[in-house]
Design a protein around this ligand. Structure first.
Ligand SMILES: Cc1cc2nc3c(=O)[nH]c(=O)nc-3n(C[C@H](O)[C@H](O)[C@H](O)COP(=O)(O)OP(=O)(O)OC[C@H]3O[C@@H](n4cnc5c(N)ncnc54)[C@H](O)[C@@H]3O)c2cc1C
Length: 381
């Protein structure tokens, strides 16, 4: 492993952080209160080149490798503290656009990627259904071939970006009896006949990152929008894991932003005539956050580095997802504790991390199923 970054990577990381501090951080709280996705913020990110960061340059993107992307996402989150826009960004770029970049035909790439890279079109990835969450291969959405089209029937839920999406990568089954072998991936434009987007679901946190339902009722999808072959959806899911898990890099930046706020607060806030940072029990909480932060950071870099070397990342993907999100959740609890009563007040952003951390341990595959995956790989059972 070689974590020495190039000068270019460092300059890019720093420019992303400055951009996020200047252009994205102001107004985060207001956007969260209004619970509105901001197209203005999205446009700024797109103009900076972030909407298409990893999309190959031939299709209008930045062609960034995984390590550069992790650095950029970490720096963006640290600078902006905008969890919601990080979810929008990761879902659009890493969950929706990258499977098209990696698995799409030349026509599909030419048709969708330039619009996604410029941010004109927002993407979403729709897998989860009301009765198929952790057990994703039991999904009930069907795809039946009908001449030049497939007809999709079923519904999806909890889909990040669904209420604002222009295009989806979505999973349906061409043969329910075949379970995983029937899974098939499609590119679906959200103005397709037979597709309805539900209203945004109300979450406890990350309000300006819209999450919603999608309903397919004889939704007509052209045959040329099949992404990969019939029955190859499970393979696509596994293949996409690398980019998908890189979408958790922002939590490293958010953890660091929280730690910096905690240090500052612990030095300023006085009790018993001393800064609370003098108390060893407070110092212990700070050091535990720091240890979780550093471990998470190196796990994220390691995953990205391995991905860039085309190494097998199956177990690393599960470890990164579980460790980083749980570390963020643990850290958020300590951070709020350090802020005391202020940690419970909306005036301080620290409390937002509590729910953001919890949601992160669920979205994208729960901690329990990740542990099961790691355990299965360890034992081969
Ligand atoms: C904020 C947010 C954003 C999301 N965005 C997307 C998105 O963009 N696209 C998308 O497709 N989905 C998305 N999801 C859905 C997410 O992937 C699912 O919520 C997740 O996979 C869990 O499924 P479930 O909610 O149905 O829980 P369930 O599967 O019902 O699980 C309930 C509980 O049972 C446990 N459990 C289930 N099976 C097992 C098992 N075999 N062993 C041990 N424990 C088990 C779980 O760990 C959990 O604790 C999002 C979810 C959230 C919260």
């Amino acid at each position: 492993m070689d974590f020495s970054f190039t000068e270019e990577q460092i300059m890019f990381r720093d420019s992303v952080e400055k951009f996020a501090q200047k252009e994205i951080a102001p107004g985060v709280d207001e956007r969260e209160r209004k619970a509105e996705f901001s197209y203005e913020v999205w446009k700024k990110m797109a103009d900076f080149g972030l909407a298409g960061l990893t999309i190959p340059a031939d299709y209008g993107g930045g062609g960034a490798d995984a390590l550069t992307t992790v650095l950029a996402m970490e720096a963006f989150a640290r600078g902006s503290r905008d969890m919601s826009i990080c979810v929008v960004w990761g879902s659009h770029l890493l969950l929706a656009a990258m499977p098209i970049a990696d698995l799409g035909t030349e026509e599909q790439k030419k048709k969708y990627l330039p619009k996604m890279a410029s941010g004109e079109w927002i993407g979403a990835m729709a897998l989860t259904e009301p009765d198929a969450g952790t057990d994703a291969t039991s999904l009930r959405t069907t795809a039946k071939k009908d001449g030049n089209h497939y007809l999709l029937n079923g519904n999806k839920t909890y889909i990040s970006n669904a209420p604002i999406a222009d295009v989806l990568t979505t999973f349906a089954s061409v043969d329910l009896a075949k379970r995983a072998q029937g899974l098939t991936l499609f590119i679906v434009e959200t103005d397709s006949p037979g597709l309805t987007l539900g209203k945004p679901l109300e979450k406890y946190e990350s309000h300006s990152s819209p999450t919603g339902e999608i309903f397919f009722e004889d939704c007509k999808v052209p045959v040329e929008n099949l992404l990969g072959g019939e029955g190859e959806g499970f393979h696509a899911m596994v293949h996409s894991l690398g980019w998908e898990r890189i979408a958790f890099a922002p939590f490293v930046g958010l953890m660091e932003a929280d730690l910096n706020s905690c240090i500052e607060y612990a030095k300023e806030r006085k009790q018993f005539g001393k800064p609370i940072g003098k108390f060893q029990l407070v110092q212990a909480m700070l050091s535990e956050i720091k240890m979780d932060l550093e471990a998470s950071r190196y796990l994220a870099y390691n995953l990205a580095w391995k991905k860039d070397q085309n190494e097998w990342i199956g177990m690393d993907a599960a470890i990164v997802k579980t460790f980083i999100t749980e570390a963020y959740e643990r850290s958020a609890q300590k951070a709020v504790q350090i802020f005391g009563g202020n940690g419970c007040m909306r005036e301080y952003p620290i409390g937002r991390s509590l729910w953001a951390g919890k949601m992160a341990t669920i979205g994208g595959g729960t901690s329990q199923i990740q542990r099961t995956i790691i355990g299965r790989m360890l034992t081969g059972l």
